[in-house]
Design a protein around this ligand. Structure first.
Ligand SMILES: Nc1nc2c(ncn2[C@@H]2O[C@H](COP(=O)(O)OP(=O)(O)O[C@H]3O[C@H](CO)[C@@H](O)[C@H](O)[C@@H]3O)[C@@H](O)[C@H]2O)c(=O)[nH]1
Length: 476
């Protein structure tokens, strides 16, 4: 036999052997296997919705929670016996120093390799893979390739669109934005066996071009034959507060008790201005929570606070302590702006103090229950997502003043019932004056928020997601 043929033959044989040995293991219902893998290509600790999914799943079967582990999980999930944490390897920090045009693609290459190895090899195949979108690149593609290889069904949980977030950070005309939109709509359509959307407005969009996701409707959700029918399920799963968020009981405490508890939550590491306002029983507490990303313009709140000091006459102007919680890229920038405003005298410390913090989840929930007003600056890059922070606030019985110029706003905040909407810093300043200066309107809104707090995550999840995943009854 000529040498060339035997080399080709040996190579082909090697390829076949490697291919057979390396072929990802498939899901087998008869073996003990995870019921669901939950995937977040981000910090799991800062993705409350995916943690709540994982907790609801863990009540019924084994869940693998895959993502970056940077901040702690909610307690009930962290210690759950049916949870396995699977940590992804974060891209090397050196990539962040490179220009986006080079660093962006290199980061994606890293994530592709890590995700592929994790989903196809280092974890056991599961019945379902539930993926948070965004980020869509490369998550949807890799999940879409691996799921059929492993005999796993893929559910895409649409929190927002990756392309619209990119448009917010890079500008709507950036060439990556158009590519990302085509990618997200095509891969989403081909890859997903079922889809969840955070709002009805988003589900409506997802049914139409360019997504054309599903022929959804109540019958599609309840039919057991998701596999036999090619039409994917599309259901709306509104965010709802987890059990951790509760209104102060039995009623909203009086100022001295609340301020005392707030001092304990914020600890000793606060400025003199914050400490002084916490000792003043006329102080009103406003809270905003954020990931400090460009889709929330904190300049609006800063301008509103400056305007509040300038335009409200002093008898109706209680001092304000604003607590802004969360971690994220623009935090340092806004801290510098706040310092500059305080130094210039535009925010006199006896009138306004602002403190930033990242609290343990339990303390974050207590803070919301003790504040006078929640402020939400979520602007919705897509117009059809909703801020989870407002769900947290309602869970704690806290009424909100929220930026309102986007389509899905009314699916969460009912203006005049559980909160008020604003679109400019001037409107926010006058809302602060009206709501913090009188107890009647804020009291009515607080009643509305407390009413809203009765609708909980587990009921919504049991109604919408349990029939899709069909994992059986709750276990002990
Ligand atoms: N532990 C802790 N968590 C905090 C703190 N402050 C904020 N958080 C967490 O950070 C979340 C707010 O983060 P954002 O990134 O600002 O979220 P969002 O705009 O309100 O909503 C996001 O999730 C929705 C789906 O649930 C998406 O639809 C939406 O697009 C967005 O991604 C809060 O709900 C809370 O879980 C804190 O001090 N401590």
């Amino acid at each position: 036999m000529p040498l060339g043929f035997s080399v080709i033959g040996a190579t082909l044989l090697a390829v076949v052997v490697i291919g057979v040995l390396a072929w990802p293991r498939r899901y087998n219902a008869r073996r003990r296997a995870p019921a669901v893998q939950v995937l977040v290509l981000g910090d799991v600790g800062r993705s409350p919705r995916m943690q709540y999914h994982a907790l609801s799943i863990a009540e019924r079967g084994h869940v693998q929670l895959i993502g970056y582990y940077e901040t702690p999980l909610v307690d009930a999930l962290d210690k759950h016996p049916r949870l396995t944490k699977v940590a992804l390897a974060p891209p090397p920090p050196a990539l962040r120093g490179l220009p986006f045009i080079i660093g962006g693609p290199l980061k994606v290459v890293w994530q592709v390799a890590d995700l592929f190895l994790t989903l196809a090899y280092t974890t056991r195949p599961a019945r379902w893979l539930l993926v948070q979108n965004p980020p869509s690149i490369p998550t949807l593609l890799i999940a879409g390739i691996v799921a059929p290889l492993r005999g796993t069904r893929l559910v895409i949980d649409w929190h927002n669109y990756g392309w619209s977030i990119l448009a917010g950070t890079r500008g709507p005309k950036h060439p990556f934005v158009a590519v990302a939109k085509v990618y997200e709509s095509i891969v989403g359509r081909i890859a997903g066996d079922a889809h969840l959307a955070v709002t009805a407005a988003m589900a409506d969009e997802l049914r139409k071009p360019p997504y054309n996701l599903a022929h959804a409707g109540p019958t599609a959700v309840t039919l057991s034959g998701i596999a036999s029918s090619k039409a994917a399920t599309l259901a709306v799963l509104h965010d709802r507060p987890a059990a951790l968020f509760q209104p102060a009981m039995p009623s909203f405490p009086a100022a001295p008790a609340r301020l005392q508890q707030l001092s304990e939550i914020l600890g000793d590491d606060t400025t003199a201005a914050v400490t002084a306002l916490l000792r003043n029983t006329t102080t009103k507490i406003i809270v905003s929570s954020t990931s400090w990303t460009p889709d929330e313009d904190f300049q609006l709140l800063l301008d509103a606070l400056v305007e509040y000091v300038k335009t409200t006459s002093s008898p109706q102007r209680p001092p304000i302590l604003a607590v802004i919680t969360g971690k994220g890229p623009q935090k340092k920038m806004y801290e510098r702006k706040l310092q500059a405003l305080a130094d210039s005298g535009a925010l006199p410390p006896a009138q306004i103090a602002v403190c930033t913090a990242f609290l343990p989840m339990r303390d974050y929930a207590r803070l919301l229950a003790l504040a006078d007003l929640g402020v939400c600056l979520h602007m919705s890059s897509s117009g059809v997502d909703l801020p989870m922070k407002v769900v947290d606030m309602f869970g704690a019985g806290l009424p909100v003043a929220a930026y309102s110029a986007y389509a899905s706003f009314g699916e969460l905040v009912r203006d005049g019932e559980n909160g008020r909407g604003f679109t400019t810093s001037g409107e926010l300043a006058s809302l602060l004056a009206t709501l913090l200066g009188s107890s009647s309107e804020i009291g009515r809104l607080r009643d509305g928020a407390r009413k809203e707090s009765r609708l909980r995550w587990s009921e919504e999840w049991n109604r919408v997601v349990a029939p899709i995943l069909d994992l059986g009854d709750k276990k002990e």
